[in-house]
Design a binder for this molecule. Structure first.
Ligand SMILES: Nc1nc2c(ncn2[C@@H]2O[C@H](COP(=O)(O)OP(=O)(O)OP(=O)(O)O)[C@@H](O)[C@H]2O)c(=O)[nH]1
Ligand SMILES: [Mg+2]
Length: 333
């Protein structure tokens, strides 16, 4: 199951107590104080695991507790430090303080972060010896560890996102561009969650995200809603997938309006418009490309690149690859 938001509780370990003890040796009836210090409590740490792509391994409400430090012992023996507890997350997970909603750490930038610090160990009684007190019976207790309620909110990191109505061929396209094997079927909402694929180019890896379909009034929760669009917020650009045989201009208008309702600037992210299923058009002369492109250039700004493709036969898929690479290079300059 794909999960992209969970609430957890983290409890760092308590420090071990300092020890009260006196040296006991043969012929030394009154030995000096030798109580050791308590160990430090373990920390709660969030760490990026590059093999993860969801938060499904974490249960909502799960409590992560680090180990307590051990108490000090006689003979100045230091108690063992408590072990840290590591919470593994996919890259791109935002760590949010549930109390005030503030982002504490963005794992797109930081790969390891201490969420809650373990308590310090207490001091053993030998620290408290002095000229006036040779037999201190005092040691300090270990400090409690920090405790926090945390929200983990995954926003996947992809370079390019595929956006379109249901059933237009988005998953078919990603399966042609990358080695991803998403479910492809002739009914709407086959894709329920984002799917990532990697397109190799020279020594670079371009990450492409296939998205669920968007329908009219998705912003009001119709279809699968628009919540998944948070996963394209970090993409460098979007590819709009339109079905050539099904009034593409109308499809584009509807999609733009939904994207805008989610986030006003999102439509500006569109760099490529693909007209898919070109193989279904028997008389290609009948398509008025000029009219199509002119109409779409009026509503998509800056003017995108247009490609007529077929994910079924592979027509123009190589050109689409080139265009993706070109757009990314252009963007990075
Ligand atoms: N003829 C033809 N059929 C295609 C082409 N691309 C995809 N299809 C078919 O269209 C149907 C939908 O394809 P998907 O790739 O699942 O479409 P999608 O956009 O991912 O659909 P959702 O995940 O439901 O949003 C499948 O039956 C595909 O085989 C194409 O270029 N030509
Ligand atoms: Mg799909």
């Amino acid at each position: 199951m794909f999960k992209d938001i969970v609430r957890i509780k983290v409890i760092a370990g308590k420090g071990g107590n300092g020890c009260v003890s006196f040296r006991r040796e043969k012929y030394v009836p009154k030995g000096g104080p030798d109580g050791g210090d308590g160990g430090r409590g373990g920390d709660c740490v969030v760490v990026v695991n590059h093999n993860l792509s969801t938060l499904s391994h974490i249960v909502d409400g799960q409590v992560f507790k680090a180990q307590n430090g051990q108490d000090g012992k006689g003979d100045k023996m230091h108690g063992a430090d408590g072990k840290d507890i590591v919470i593994e997350v996919p890259k791109g997970t935002l760590v949010i303080d549930a109390e005030n909603g503030k982002v504490i750490c963005d794992t797109a930038e930081v790969e390891r972060f201490v969420l809650a610090k373990g308590g310090k160990g207490g001091l053993g009684n030998w620290h408290f010896r002095g000229p006036t007190n040779q037999t201190p019976t005092h040691a300090t207790k270990g400090e409690v560890g920090e405790e926090k309620e945390i929200i983990l909110d995954l926003k996947i990191i992809a370079d390019v996102g595929l956006i379109g109505l249901p059933n237009v061929g988005k998953s078919s396209i990603i399966s042609k561009l990358t080695r991803a094997t998403p479910k492809i079927a002739d009914y709407p909402f086959t894709t329920k969650d984002p799917v990532l694929g990697v397109m190799g180019y020279q020594d670079k890896k371009i990450i492409i995200a296939d998205m669920p379909g968007i329908i009219e009034d998705a912003h009001e929760g119709v279809g699968l809603g628009l919540e998944f669009l948070k996963h394209i917020e970090r993409t460098k650009f979007l590819i709009l997938v339109l079905e050539i045989v099904n009034d593409p201009i109308n499809q584009a208008k509807m999609l733009l309006s939904e994207l805008k309702k989610y986030k006003k600037e999102l439509p500006k992210r569109i760099r490529i418009v693909t007209f898919n299923k070109i193989d279904l058009v028997t008389n290609k002369e009948k398509i008025d490309r000029e009219f199509l492109e002119l109409s779409l250039s009026k509503i998509i700004k800056p003017k995108p690149k247009f490609l007529y493709i077929s994910a079924l036969t592979g027509e123009n898929i190589e050109n689409l690859k080139d265009e993706i690479i070109h757009s990314l290079t252009f963007q990075n300059k």
